[in-house]
Write a protein that binds this ligand. Structure first.
Ligand code: ADP
Ligand code: MG
Length: 452
């Protein structure tokens, strides 16, 4: 970089940190400027995933910054190398010759540079999934195939899936990797069926070295797509190509998933990610702060981690609120500011959530039952539904695992609890009586808890 380019780059970054701090990442320091040509400011980011992130999510902010700093009307372009790489020609989703790609699925291959192994914090709750993901990235097709990660929302499934993709691509850029969310896969399938373009669809998914499908539980009840996916799966698996999937539960518990797919999914390694404990949450807050170049005083990460226990996405949300408040009030981040920013989070979670005992008592009283019936074996619907509601409330309002909840409800196993949670979730949307029962129970728990 020439001196002028360096100054321009520094000026742009300073502007972005001030006005678009949410967008900034520590690795923005690796961006270089290689001059302005025909009204276009040319920036270089060699890493392809990062370059795509910049072009896709940050280009308008960079243009605004460049215009402010130079006082000129400018567009920006992110190049992969100083000489200009052909990759940029496809940044907008068209082919090099300007034509539309056959199935515009290549646009779906959007990986977040934040979701790399470097940025993944390991803890006892995700150790197996993390280790297996690394093994798969090291030896695609040979370590575990398929590799399935399952767990609740916001626990790092997408992060790990994308980390594998990025590790494989950075080591072997020519690998044909397809990462896609299952809902996009389903939509693409229906579109291609309608348009009579099935051969193209098959080509698209069977001519890859690695197929990564996120949220595969969405296949539930999509029989035709399941059928097609079954054949895709077999074709890839037989050819020794790596398949990686994520789901919100173990394969056996994905509703209406055909038996043969369940058995395919179970034929490799199925690893679970659990809710992070306190120590892991503290480490994650620190890592996210660093990624966003926030300096946190020693006591703040522990405070945030104690307040927000549900999942990691919420933890990030809390940190974003803290950052926004610091900006808005022009105050440095400290414990007082953190308390202010997280005031809505309520009390620390140990105090905040009711105990399972409290929930059982509330349910028994509300439905006018005996505790022994609620915990007992009878399946009559007069007790079966209240029992499911109790499980649902326990899942929603306590931090206990499915197993623990089952344990408190007369020794039922975790799949029974999972089934109950899903049933209540599903029925609540359709059954106004149930929905109002549940809402009243929740209010009574809040009141009871507030006076405890
Ligand atoms: P899921 O796909 O399981 O719903 P995500 O992978 O989208 O969850 O994770 C939600 C957010 O939490 C993402 O921003 C992700 O980077 C972050 N996250 C999850 N687990 C970890 C971890 N172990 N270390 C760092 N960040 C994590
Ligand atoms: Mg996800």
């Amino acid at each position: 970089m020439s001196r002028a380019d360096r100054e321009l780059r520094d000026g742009i970054l300073a502007y972005l940190r001030k006005h678009h701090s949410g967008l900034c990442r520590h690795w923005f320091d690796d961006i270089s400027v290689i001059g302005i040509e025909g009204g276009v400011l040319r920036l270089v980011m060699e890493d392809e995933v990062r370059r795509r992130y910049l072009q896709r999510s940050a280009a308008p902010a960079f243009a605004e910054a460049a215009q402010t700093v130079t006082g000129r009307l400018l567009a920006v372009r992110f190049l992969a190398s100083k000489t200009g790489s052909p990759a940029i020609d496809r940044a907008d989703g068209t082919n090099a010759d300007g034509s539309e790609p056959p199935v515009s699925l290549d646009d779906q291959m959007i990986l977040s540079p934040d979701f790399s192994f470097d940025q993944f914090v390991m803890g006892p709750e995700n150790r197996l999934a993390h280790a297996a993901a690394q093994a798969v990235a090291d030896r695609p097709g040979r370590a575990y195939n398929p590799f399935v990660i399952h767990g609740g929302v916001g626990l790092g499934k997408t992060h790990l899936l994308q980390a594998v993709c990025q590790a494989v691509l950075s080591r072997q850029p020519s690998t044909r990797v397809t990462y896609i969310n299952c809902s996009t896969f389903i939509d693409a399938f229906h579109d291609c069926v309608k348009a009579g373009r099935m051969p193209e669809f098959r080509n698209r998914f069977r001519m890859v070295d690695m197929l990564v499908i996120d949220d595969v539980h969405l296949l539930s009840r999509h029989e035709q797509t399941q059928e097609e996916f079954f054949h895709t799966f077999n074709a890839l698996h037989q050819a020794g190509k790596q398949i990686i999937l994520s789901a919100d539960s173990i394969p056996n518990e994905i509703p209406a998933l055909t038996e043969r797919l369940v058995s395919r999914f179970n034929s490799g390694l199925v690893a679970r990610v659990d809710r992070p404990g306190f120590e892991t949450r503290v480490a994650i807050v620190k890592a996210k702060a660093q990624l966003h170049q926030l300096t946190l005083p020693e006591d703040v990460p522990a405070y945030v981690a104690a307040r927000v226990a549900s999942n990691i996405r919420e933890l990030e949300g809390a940190l974003a609120r803290l950052r926004a408040l610091a900006l808005a009030t022009a105050r440095p981040i400290d414990l007082d500011l953190a308390k202010l920013a997280l005031a809505d989070e309520g009390r620390p979670d140990d105090e905040r959530s009711p105990s399972i005992q409290t929930i059982l008592e509330a349910v028994v009283r509300y439905y006018n039952l005996r505790l022994a019936d609620l915990l007992g074996k009878r399946r009559h619907k007069s007790v079966a539904l209240p029992r499911q509601v109790a499980m649902w409330l326990a899942r929603r309002h306590t931090r206990h695992s499915l197993e623990e909840i089952g344990g408190h409800l007369g020794g039922r196993d975790h799949s029974t609890v999972l089934h109950a949670v899903r049933t209540v979730d599903h029925r609540r949307e359709r059954d106004p009586t149930l929905s109002s029962d549940v809402a009243r129970l929740e209010r009574s728990l809040e009141r009871r808890h507030a006076t405890e």
